[in-house]
Design a protein around this ligand. Structure first.
Ligand code: MN
Length: 256
């Protein structure tokens, strides 16, 4: 089996090293990762300049193809010619912090996995619930266990699938219940933070993500709050299917 691993925190991130190390022995592993932290870049592709790829060692010494671009760039260039083969599975992470609810729209971690999915390759995105890499090796063992469980039960040959996994930062993460969830929702982000730079000009920091708003039973937020590993199957179709008829009526338009 051939596994492509990427992330969004950059090739030096401890979460990537832990995931690569934990997956040793599952198959032939190739790593493509961004040169710099590219968290929050969503599915961005770099179109206005060429990309460089250089070989370097990540944390703990794994061999990495380092791309001076986004997480999606990494998987995209790998799958469209640089890798030289089609992987059976794409893994992304382990991210420094949760990717739950609306986070999935902004997440580079989810996007790297999604890039594989868009190319027809099954993919899993892994994130730790809390930032700071606490119990990262327990999270990595959990990720490997999920990969093994998924590979035993799901086909890599049929239609592709995309899983978004959030793992509590706990030493016993591998023993925690694993539940299949839906995405919750967050409140809108905290306000922008205004500061004055040394030249006396205003600068603005994007505020932190809002707290969970829809975090009821069945959501990813709820599962992680209960100390469970959340596994959400994702799809990419953003169409509001239920609203098509309403909009057709409002606009006097046909509904295709
Ligand atoms: Mn990140």
């Amino acid at each position: 089996m051939r596994i492509l691993i990427a992330n969004d925190d950059g090739y030096l991130a401890p979460g990537l090293a832990a995931l690569v190390q934990a997956c040793e022995g599952l198959g032939d592993i190739t790593v493509f990762a961004p040169e710099q932290n590219a968290s929050g870049t969503s599915n961005a592709l770099t179109l206005g300049r060429p990309l460089n790829i250089f070989q370097a060692r990540g944390a703990r010494g794994f061999a990495c193809n380092v791309v001076n671009g986004t997480p999606s760039d990494c998987v995209h260039v790998a799958l469209t010619g640089v890798l030289g083969h089609r992987p059976d599975l794409v893994l992304s992470g382990i991210n420094n912090g949760a990717n739950m609810g609306d986070d999935t729209l902004y997440s580079g971690t989810v996007a790297a996995a999604m890039e594989g999915y868009l190319f027809g390759v099954p993919a899993i995105a892994f994130s730790q619930a809390e930032k700071g890499w606490g119990e990262i090796d327990a999270a990595a063992r959990t990720a490997r266990a999920i990969v093994e469980q998924v590979l035993a039960q799901a086909s890599l040959r049929g239609p592709p699938w995309l899983l978004n996994v959030n793992i509590p930062n706990r030493a016993d993460a591998e023993q925690l219940p694993r539940v299949v969830t839906r995405l919750g929702r967050r409140h809108a982000s905290e306000p922008v933070i205004r500061q004055i730079n040394p030249r006396g000009e205003p600068i603005y920091w994007i505020g932190p993500a809002g707290d969970a708003r829809e975090a009821g039973e069945g959501t990813d937020f709820h599962a992680v709050a209960q100390g469970q590993v959340s596994i959400t199957p994702l799809q990419v179709d953003l169409t509001d299917h239920a609203a098509r008829g309403t909009w057709a009526q409002r606009l006097g338009a046909g509904s295709a």
